[in-house]
Ligand binder design. Sequence first.
Ligand code: NAD
Length: 355
Amino acid sequence: MNQFSYKSGAARIEFGRGNFGRVRDLVLDLSCTRAVVLATEQQGEIAETATKHLGSVAGGSFAGAVMHTPIEVTEGAAAYCDSVQADCLVSVGGGSTTGLGKAISYRTGLPHIVVPTTYAGSEVTPILGQTEQGLKTTINDTKVLPTAVIYDPDLTDTLPLKMSIVSGLNAMAHAAEALYAQNRNPISSMLAVEGLSAMKDGLGQIASDPQSKSGRDSALYGAWLCGTVLGQVGMALHHKICHTLGGSFDMPHAETHAVMLPHTIGYNAQAVPDVLQPIATLFGGEPGPALYEYAKSVGSPVALKDLGFKEEDLDRAASIAASNPYWNPRPIDEAGLRVMLQNAFDGATPPHTPQ
Ligand code: NAD
């Protein structure tokens, strides 16, 4: 894939292999001289590489990002940034690290450069989920949007196969729901179709060869587009269910998205087959069953029971997901959700749409 630059109102995007080495230039373009690198403990090595690339504009490093952006971690990291007089943040990692950078930037106003290493897409959304004493709250504010993003597929080459597949399906879920979003527009729909197509292609190649450079390029390009639409339009049933399963039952984020995708899209396909036609065309069949076959073919988990979900919790999950009415293209009914969740629990193919 060719290198390219893209600028939108909020973020500067730099895409291409080797671009991680340009992080110092981006910091200098922001007139900053003390950048703090953020990472998870597991990605300490990559934080060191970032510090090397930054050279004289490196202001320190905090390798303590964890899942769900707990407030106490953010407060500790923000105090560290203050103590080293940081004037800029560089997050290198997946959605958890990006979340920490967003949370600090939101509080302090520090400019934020993200170098994603997964396909979650958080780097291009104005959304920040945080947890305080186990309770999750969400902020949706353009102040959360990072200043610049460096998409360097080299950094995704190390993403383990299983994580690559579920992270990619997590990204696809953003684009799939964007197709029927109430506030969709021609641009968001175009981005969603292109994002789905690039990710489908990318994951297909990665599944047969995890080192495939063109597969990794395509998947990261797809992740950018899928994340972009997540930031542009509203989400519905799929994201609500995954939020419920993650928030109330501590289910793993990307894996849960991957398992639920065929079921939620299958549920909604009955109501909006026309707008989901691009999925039928891309995946070669009715959206639910076709996505299910695709997920299986790239080695994704397909059953909630295999992720550790307990069957006795299905009733409660359906009841929580059906509460607090929210917009969805097909009316939400608890009994229908319960059937859908049972199928997802068992790992069964989503039912065909009644003719
Ligand atoms: P993650 O950031 O939690 O990373 C998972 C693990 O993979 C971590 O241990 C990390 O160190 C490791 N890892 C990441 N990249 C790697 C690489 N290239 N090689 C080897 N190991 C690597 O996972 P995620 O799925 O990217 O992010 C999930 C989080 O992001 C969730 O909390 C979710 O809510 C959030 N999220 C937010 C948004 C948003 O718009 N706000 C969007 C998507 C996801």
